[in-house]
Design a protein around this ligand. Structure first.
Ligand code: NAD
Length: 259
């Protein structure tokens, strides 16, 4: 399918690896020029070189922590006037509800709620002026079904989801859509770190931890960054202009709900 976005320009945050990279890859394949961001310069440059070579698109890189105001300023300088924004950043660490203090919540809110909101506030007005834009926020299945040990993520992402629900309806009339993609377990470094935690806590091998987790997913496996990226590219496509303020779960059926 021709996504109809060849020649558009996108900012994809936290995109040297994992789900962010999957989104950058799918957009590059659709002919979209990119601003890619991640913290580590080496992996970021390698990822950008790979996509330039395979898809021939123009790619700028910004090595910065997108959860800080300095990082956001650096990213926004390169991304002025983009047509597409994909927000993303690492998720908060697991823990116990009784251990988290105010500072832990502030950190999680900065990373997984306030950073995407700041980027939308900066970039959506330009999209509205042009009469076309797409925003996809990478959130989590924890928005639909809480993951108890990820209470910081449950809290911060719920805040972002509420903001998007209202804001998406305020900007849709200007041709800008805002939607959220909710990953369940995908085979990325994040999944390895979650499985490592379970394996250490329960005294089982990584293989057992992974097999136990797979058994909770009706699809019987982890998702891939490529599948995730394809869904993102579709939401950014010309065909998705009537999809507004939605929360699309990509979880292999793990959340057991009718709607
Ligand atoms: P990941 O840890 O594999 O992603 C790594 C990428 O994010 C790298 O490019 C890294 O440089 C970049 N990054 C991380 N923090 C950053 C920051 N502050 N500033 C700039 N770049 C940053 O993560 P992932 O698995 O791709 O997940 C992406 C998001 O989706 C995370 O928020 C994660 O919590 C969430 N999520 C992932 C899963 C999963 O199974 N992978 C499930 C649910 C939710």
């Amino acid at each position: 399918m021709d996504l109809g976005i060849k020649g558009k320009r996108a900012l994809v945050c936290a995109s040297s690896k994992g789900l962010g990279f999957g989104c950058a890859e799918a957009l590059a394949e659709a002919g979209v020029d990119l601003v890619m961001n991640a913290r580590g310069v080496e992996a970021l440059e390698a990822a950008a070189a790979d996509l330039r070579e395979r898809f021939g698109v123009a790619i700028e890189t910004v090595a910065a922590d997108v959860t800080t105001s300095e990082g956001q300023a650096a990213v926004l300088k390169a991304a002025e006037g983009v047509d597409i924004l994909v927000t993303n950043a690492g998720g908060p660490p697991p823990g116990m509800w009784s251990d988290w203090e105010r500072d832990d919540f502030i950190k999680a809110l900065d990373a997984n709620m306030l950073a995407p909101i700041a980027l939308m506030k900066a970039l959506v007005p330009g999209m509205m002026e042009k009469g076309w834009g797409r925003v996809v926020n990478i959130t989590s299945q924890s928005v639909k079904a809480p993951i108890a040990v990820l209470g910081l993520s449950n809290s911060a992402r719920a805040g972002l989801t509420g903001y998007v629900a209202g804001t998406a309806r305020q900007v849709a009339g200007s041709g800008v859509t805002i939607n959220n993609l909710l990953p369940g377990i995908h085979a990325t470094d994040r999944a390895v770190s979650l499985d490592t935690g379970v394996s250490q806590q329960q005294g089982i091998s990584m293989e057992e931890a992974k097999a136990n987790r797979c058994a909770t997913i009706p699809a019987g496996r982890y998702g891939t960054a490529q599948e995730f990226g394809a869904a993102c590219a579709f939401l950014c496509s010309q065909h998705a202009g009537f999809i507004v303020g939605q929360n699309l779960l990509l979880d292999g059926g793990a959340v057991n709900a009718t709607l």
